[in-house]
Design a protein around this ligand. Structure first.
Ligand code: TXE
Length: 499
């Protein structure tokens, strides 16, 4: 990597080597808080993708990787976890510089990433086959769990390394190799991660990082015949394309897609906790999270009071340089994302929504070069408006009052998405009743935005396919082989089915 006038020029990581892109062209990475160019990211092409898959497949078939025991794989993953922990500050700075999220948020992410590698390191040598109790005693039938092959991982810009980790940790623990393509907007951290990975002692080709645009490198990766599975996080439309590409060569997919998650506040809730949860749900990370609680349903009897509290709190949120410890909200990650936020607020206004707070970019000169947008609360909305049905991926909250449990469940579920849902109530029975009927892959009761390596995460409906994290995630990166062994000397009729 070269450093020219403060602009870093990165290389891709293929077959254990750091290499320049095939045709020597680069994508500019701009800091969304300052508008400054800070890194040049290799613009990969087909040749780079092919090289990466060849390296990954060769490694997958090699004794250096296939020949090592699951326990050894676990040890390597633990070593990787430690190496990441040692570099947490450095990696967090890269992430903040690239996507504008708060440094303290990214540092917290870097500090929990090792927990995923440790969890799956622990699972690596606990994957067992089984002995099948067939009717015919003379046959010994057992199963083996085997890795799939090369896993294509495609990640977005909002939490690049965390979301890559959710895929790579179980995939590596299961014995696969990887071709990773980070978002073109935020590739630096994945290439920095590659340097750390390179020193841990994995055989060359275990991880390959190819950078470039989604419509070229992403498209090629998801339809590459050597990809045994595609693990993707991103927008729903792109997810559909990726699934279709994977289907062309019958690769399986895990898709973690968009959301329009409801946060539901009942009158009996602890309103301090609910307020903090609602704010965390939509304004943390400037609303640029798949689990953003972008639809707030609040019980009518407390609606005015609660909305006033929220509005006051939202007005106090400190926008600014995401590297500063007292900043509470950073910029949007990309110009396209900022434009999308502005457009959706306009759409909402045209449909009759009222802007209670925010609804514009700050005019403060200090923020002029960054992609900032005020925390925004919209009232006078109904659940069928576009603002309540389509993902904005920004700090925009729509508020809808409700009168009954039945009514709010109906509205909460009335969306194509089903990623997360929050319930705020002190009524124990109601909270569990609600958890059962809400159509979402994760339901948080009196908390929001919590995740852990051992808890499954994923979406219902158009929010995705499959689950990341948790015990089952490792099996999603494996296939089952059934082995039949005849133990008797009996010669059987060749023309009738064998059991
Ligand atoms: O995402 P994309 P974008 C949502 C959010 C956001 C919208 C668009 O609503 O406003 O998506 O964001 C790669 N074949 N989420 O455009 O396109 C791309 O290079 C294969 C939700 O940034 O989904 C990147 O690496 N890959 C979300 C990755 O897909 C392709 C996080 C994600 O980009 C491709 C981000 C193609 N044809 C956005 N086109 C979440 N669920 O957290 C692009 N890519």
């Amino acid at each position: 990597m070269e450093n020219n006038n403060g602009v870093k020029r990165y290389q891709m990581y293929i077959g254990g080597q750091f290499i320049d892109p095939h045709d020597d062209s680069y994508i500019e990475s701009v800091n969304p808080a300052s508008g400054e160019l800070w890194a040049l990211i290799p613009k990969g092409e087909k040749e780079d993708v092919d090289r990466a898959f060849q390296a990954a497949r060769q490694c997958f078939e090699s004794d250096e990787w296939r020949g090592i025991s699951p326990t050894q794989r676990g040890k390597l993953l633990r070593k990787l976890a430690q190496a990441i922990a040692d570099q947490a500050e450095h990696l967090a700075r890269m992430e903040t510089q690239d996507n504008g999220k708060l440094y303290r948020e990214m540092l917290a992410q870097m500090k929990i990433i090792p927990a995923w590698y440790e969890y799956f390191a622990g699972l690596a040598d606990k994957v067992e086959g089984s002995v099948i109790p067939l009717d015919r005693q003379s046959v010994f039938n057992y199963t083996l769990r085997e890795p799939l092959g090369v896993i294509a991982c495609i990640t977005p810009w909002n939490s690049p390394l965390l979301l890559a980790t959710w895929k790579m940790a179980p995939a590596l623990a299961a014995g696969n190799t990887i071709v990773l393509k980070p978002s073109e907007f935020t590739s630096a951290s994945s290439l920095e991660f590659a340097k750390i990975f390179d020193e841990v002692g994995f055989p060359p080709g275990t991880l390959n990082v190819v950078t470039g645009y989604g419509h070229t490198v992403g498209d090629l990766i998801s339809k590459h015949p050597m990809a045994s599975k595609v693990a993707f996080t991103g927008g729903t439309e792109t997810g559909r394309k990726v699934a279709m590409n994977a289907a062309s060569h019958l690769a399986s997919v895990t898709l973690e897609l968009g959301g329009k998650s409801p946060n539901i506040v009942f009158a009996d809730a602890d309103l301090d906790a609910a307020e903090a949860g609602v704010i965390a749900g939509i304004f943390a990370a400037s609303g640029q999270t798949c689990i953003a609680g972008s639809r707030l349903f609040v019980e009518s009897s407390i609606a005015d009071r609660f909305i006033t509290r929220l509005a006051n709190r939202a007005k106090e949120i400190r926008l600014g340089d995401p590297m500063q410890p007292d900043t509470q909200m950073g910029p949007a990650a990309t110009p396209g994302q900022l434009k999308k936020i502005e457009e959706y607020v306009d759409i909402a206004k045209n449909e009759g929504a009222r802007v209670l707070v925010g609804g514009e970019r700050p005019s403060h000169p200090e923020l002029a070069n960054g992609l900032y947008y005020y925390p925004t609360i919209l009232t006078d909305v109904n659940n069928s408006m576009r603002i309540c049905q389509e993902e904005v991926f920004g700090p925009v909250l729509s508020v809808i009052p409700f009168d009954s449990e039945e009514e709010v469940v109906k509205m909460a579920n009335d969306t194509e998405f089903g990623l997360g849902a929050g319930i705020w109530t002190n009524d124990l029975k109601r909270s569990h009743r609600m958890a059962r009927v809400l159509e979402a892959g994760t339901v948080w009761i009196n908390t929001y935005r919590a995740s852990a390596p051992n808890s499954p995460f994923g979406g219902y409906k158009n929010s995705g396919i499959g689950r990341e994290s948790g015990l089952e995630a490792i099996y999603d990166f494996m296939q089952t082989k059934s082995v039949w062994v005849e133990l008797s000397d009996e010669i059987r009729d060749p023309f009738s089915i064998r059991t």
